[in-house]
Design a protein. Structure first.
Length: 326
């Protein structure tokens, strides 16, 4: 019962059961033309961009930071790629340019936070606001459509499973390998727990912070490529809109503290699945679109409250479970 992943797992199971009750064929899978289809596959494919961004956000939050610009970065990645392809460019070159530009934007965020010492929420809010404008400038305020089978594969292609799922799982495995099998994960946590102490201990806190912001921007870029290639178009206004909030919720639901320090990649995966399953459940049980966000908020609050330490009010003071002032 003390495991922080217990309640996210129970919440996910409850949502899946609810979907099965409403739609008995919810767990059904079918193989057609070498492609695997089904409601579960749709959840994983549609949740792949959120999972990617949430992975980058997990490492940023672990360093006691936050990145509100990932949605705008995703829009910029789609805008650069589609504009280049529409002008007759090579799709691979277009995607490479998008990734390179987004890495530079991640360096910019890291510079503001680690060098200039600006609060992460303010530093990334700058790019969150300006990024949409940059994407609009790139697309000249238009929705840029493309017809590229190669680019289409990123968001809508299949290798039995959707390629978007394979990409997100590959990034998850790579992050887990690098941060849990090397000292990098410990260094990230040490910076999040106490940046000053870690710096005095010889940890290059500035380099670590720079690295996680660049990684978060690259994750957002790949997510942006998935979103735009899935519809073969770049929409600077709506691509990745509010996806940063879903990513933050996924990280928090997964048990990672916004105060920095220890983080859970497994929890982030569960959180992303919960967020996407919630979206599917809303349509499955027929909830009106205008109250969709309210329903999502209620479920998220419930999961977070169940994760929180037990609190009792004694003599007008809030005390912890063992009677220690909270």
């Amino acid at each position: 019962m003390k495991n922080r992943l217990l309640w996210p797992v129970l919440a996910l199971v409850a949502l899946l059961i609810l979907n099965v009750v409403v739609t008995p064929t919810f767990f059904s899978l079918r193989l057609q033309d070498g492609h695997l289809y089904g409601s579960l596959i749709d959840i994983l494919r549609n949740g792949a961009p959120t999972l990617l961004i949430a992975l980058g956000m997990t490492l940023v939050i672990a360093t006691r930071g936050i990145d509100l610009s990932v949605g705008a970065v995703a829009a910029i990645a789609g805008a650069v790629t589609c504009t280049h392809i529409a002008a007759g460019g090579n799709p691979w070159v277009a995607m490479g340019l998008a990734l390179a530009l987004c890495a530079v934007l991640g360096l910019w965020n890291g510079f503001l936070v680690s060098v200039l010492g600006i609060q992460p929420i303010i530093a990334t809010l700058v790019l969150m606001t300006a990024g949409r404008g940059i994407a609009m400038l790139i697309t000249e305020g238009q929705i840029v459509t493309v017809d590229s089978p190669v680019y289409r594969q990123v968001g809508a292609g299949f290798l039995v499973l959707p390629i978007a799922i394979l990409i997100s799982l590959a990034v998850l495995g790579l992050v887990a390998l690098v941060t849990r099998r090397t000292a990098l994960g410990l260094l990230i946590e040490s910076v999040g727990v106490n940046p000053s102490a870690s710096r005095l201990a010889g940890v290059r806190a500035r380099t670590i912070i720079w690295t996680v912001y660049v990684f978060a921007a690259l994750c957002a870029a790949v997510a942006g490529l998935m979103i735009s290639s899935n519809v073969s178009a770049a929409d600077a206004n709506n691509a990745g809109l509010w996806i940063e909030m879903d990513a933050i919720l996924a990280v928090v639901i997964g048990g990672t503290s916004l105060a920095g320090g220890r983080y859970s990649l497994t929890g982030t995966l569960l959180g992303a699945l919960i967020i996407q399953t919630l979206t599917t459940t809303v349509y499955t049980i027929g909830i009106k679109p205008e109250i969709t966000l309210v329903f999502k908020a209620v479920v998220v609050i419930a999961v977070c409250l169940m994760q929180a330490p037990v609190r009792v009010r004694v003599g007008g003071r809030v005390r912890g479970k063992q009677g220690v002032p909270a």
